[in-house]
Ligand binder design. Sequence first.
Ligand code: COA
Length: 339
Amino acid sequence: MSESSSPGAPCCLQVCRLMRPEDTNIVGNVHGGTILKMIEEAGCIVSTRHCNTQDGDHCVAALARVEKTEFLSPMFIGEVAHVSAEITYTSQRSVEVQAHVVAENILTGAKKLTNKAALWYVPCSLKNVEEIKDVPPITYASPELEEEGRKRYETQKALRQSSNERSDEVVAPPPNPEKHTVGFSQSSLIHLVGPSDCTMNDFVHGGVTMKLMDEVAGIVAARHCNTNIVTACVDAINFHRKIKKGSVVKVQGRMTFTSNRSMEIEVIVEVEPLVEVDKGKYCAVSAFFTFISLDKKNRPLPVPLLKVEGEDEERRFREGNARYLHNKEKRLAERERQQ
Ligand code: COA
């Protein structure tokens, strides 16, 4: 592990961990959720440490947003994941962390970049979790870097204001649904939030939630195509509400769209407080995951077309198609820019 955290200077952190069988699916690919959890842990450490380099109450950095994240290449059992996280921008009350994940084959020394992610954290006081603290400013290597960070901050703030909290419920599927329909692969898991899932102020770590979400999305994808599957990307996620220790979370996933070789799965996290029952159930977070079906040599396979039934499923399919075309266009433009 190496790191730097002098007050006022950009903070960074590097951690590494050997990938073990419990981190992977049945053929040895590391789960996207495991990678998201490692990224979030590094981001939480670096931003919490930075926000505590000032006088006053201690605070914990809560994950507020993850920008769209692509999984660039697979990682396997036996490889070492190197996660680096660096604070790249601070606003008055939020911190941007950019993280990179590199997989190292320790037999050959070969390394490949598997993920790049940008996360936003907000410091919440340990004494009163509803109180948001100011963030100590960082020093930038150049005015241009500060200006680029400010632009990213303004962009995500504008996007956030146009995306509302979800109210759409996942309806139980009909009995004996036909293969390749939405109801056939729809899946959910229920989890009791325990101490090991939580930060110092007893709220769930964003990485824990993202891992559960990836797990459910993976089950939906595998049920639809009955092959090995991998996470290709996750659209931007906003964490609107905290999830308290002792709550029951229901993570529900349903397929919304299929292209020739990709599947989009919507995941919704519903929270039921067990003690403060008067607060009622609420949707804490939702996101769209894209999965790819792979053959035995890890090459993308065609996926069965999703059979949609009724107006809502047709609408969600159309919206998924629009996101797919938009993302594809952006990806191709990015590739051209890099060549
Ligand atoms: N993404 C990025 N930044 C965000 C954000 C988001 N989704 N929501 C709020 N912020 C930033 C704001 O930009 C602001 O910083 P600024 O003043 O420098 O611009 C700061 O947070 C406070 O904004 P405000 O609107 O007053 O905050 P809020 O009342 O909406 O609370 C959270 C923000 C993040 C504390 C609140 O939404 C929350 O508790 N979310 C859940 C966090 C969590 O538990 N994460 C793990 C989930 S499993």
